[in-house]
Write a protein that binds this ligand. Structure first.
Ligand code: PEP
Ligand code: MN
Length: 336
């Protein structure tokens, strides 16, 4: 439920409501709105009616949250959340492009891409050091060595880095290098991992599961918030359907749906959605038109030689072309 406090509620009145609820086992999240303070209280719905909270001094009203996801819901927070990754703000007026190779392969590859994309409007560098591959015989990533290369690229370019973590035991190590932790599609319902990134003190990029409903995706975000980490960006990356011409099907409708249900920013990954670099440009335009707060783009200096996902990676030249073509779409969407 949401407890909306009066405009002039005193700190004693707020504390009295909080401790009453905490004593009854509720988890309390304090949300400072533009005008007033709101308490999000997650706990046993059955005891709420007997509480008579509305009679407490300082309480304006009590509103039940009908959705199964609570703290990620717009019911709790009307305004868009703006998530900071380094100095970059995601969910504000700017469409944020995160770009870089699928996998970190070596220093030269990452630095080469990082310099090029930085000059072409990228604000966050991506790159996988731990790769969740379908086959155990495929390249699995450089692990900590890859994290070091990413950190070096950040040092040189100033771009904050987002990188995937696939194992709860590695969260601390990955968080010591990364500016943002990526939870990949295959791990969207790895609840131990969600809890671990929830306490890692770094923003999280939460990709939608390959076959997850929007509700399951938001419930996964709720796991992270429940641990106290509010810095979450959702990423639609295509879902599995009967269609075989594309690797996955970009669920473009999920963008406005997730944004209407949740205050969290939503970005789109048109590369994993399609598995085809030729489709990345048109679907990026569609994503921006649908209200996406950003894009996650795979860029490789030489896609045919990439160790991972070359067929869906843009060359720097194609990335350049796409970024110029996106400009009028960004403007038309009222963004910058
Ligand atoms: C990735 O972004 O490198 C990745 C593996 O994506 P997904 O989890 O969406 O498949
Ligand atoms: Mn990839």
């Amino acid at each position: 439920m949401i407890v909306v406090m009066n405009l002039n509620a005193s700190s004693e009145e707020i504390s009295a409501v909080k401790s009453r609820l905490e004593n009854l086992g509720f988890q309390i999240h304090t949300i400072e709105g533009v005008k007033r303070l709101v308490l999000g209280a997650v706990g046993d719905r059955k005891i709420v009616s007997s509480l008579n909270l509305e009679s407490y001094p300082g309480v304006e009203k009590v509103v039940p949250i009908m959705k199964p996801f609570k703290m990620v819901s717009r019911e709790v927070k009307e305004n868009n959340s703006v998530i900071k990754v380094g100095d970059v703000e995601i969910g504000g007026p700017k469409v944020v492009v995160m770009a870089g190779p699928c996998a970190v392969e070596n220093e030269e590859q990452v630095l080469n891409v990082a310099r090029r994309v930085k000059d072409l409007g990228c604000q966050v560098l991506r790159g996988g050091a731990y790769k969740p591959r379908t086959s155990p015989y495929s390249f699995q990533g450089l692990e900590e060595e890859g994290l070091k290369i990413l950190a070096q690229a950040r040092e040189e370019t100033g771009l904050p880095i987002v990188t995937e973590v696939i194992n709860p035991q590695d969260v601390e190590l990955v968080a010591s290098y990364a500016d943002m932790l990526q939870v990949g599609s295959r791990n969207m319902q790895n609840f131990a991992l969600l809890k671990a990134v929830g306490t890692a003190g770094k923003p999280v990029l939460l990709k939608r599961g390959l076959s997850a409903t929007i509700e399951e995706w938001l419930m996964a975000a709720e796991y992270i918030i429940a641990e106290g980490n509010y810095s979450i960006v959702l990423c639609e990356r295509g879902i599995r359907t009967f269609e075989t011409y594309t690797r996955n099907t970009l669920d473009i409708g999920a963008v406005p749906v997730a944004k209407s249900l949740s205050h969290l920013p939503v970005i789109v990954d048109p590369c994993h959605s399609t598995g085809n670099w030729r489709l990345v440009n048109p679907l990026s335009k569609a994503a921006i038109a649908a209200g996406a707060d950003g894009l996650l783009i795979e860029v490789h200096p030489n896609p045919p030689e990439a160790l991972c996902d070359g067929q869906q990676s843009l060359s720097p030249k194609n990335y350049h072309r796409m970024m110029s073509e996106l400009k009028p779409f960004i403007k038309a969407a009222g963004r910058c």
